[in-house]
Design a binder for this molecule. Sequence first.
Ligand code: NI
Length: 143
Amino acid sequence: MKTPAASGLTRFSVSLPTSLAENLDLMVLQKGFESRSNAIAEMVRDRLVEHHEQNSSREIAGTITLVYDHHKRNLQEILTNIQHDHHERIISSMHVHLDHDNCLEVLVVRGKPREIRSIADNLIAAKGIKHGKLTITTTGKDT
Ligand code: NI
């Protein structure tokens, strides 16, 4: 539920896993945000910029970062299949064995924002991915 206020601010409640909330508060302190709300507002703005990129038909470049445990059943195979399905958009990849269990993969992608977002969503949604993130940047043609 949200409550519009005269101040132009909207208050709403969010439920987070405790450890996530603790880490958020730690980051708020470390980065010197005025409040938890300010920190969250900045993160939301950042994601909205990315979201609006999707409506553009201009080609973008980006990186997809994935962290996962390679022992997770079928995960490696699923990730490889998705990447082969989009070989024309995934122009480079790097795999780092972080420790005995964990792998870090960085894929460099290029294409229409919608296509890139869809590939990233498919990969990040694979069961067993511990963290995944798409970073969108420009191809440099229009800067
Ligand atoms: Ni590995």
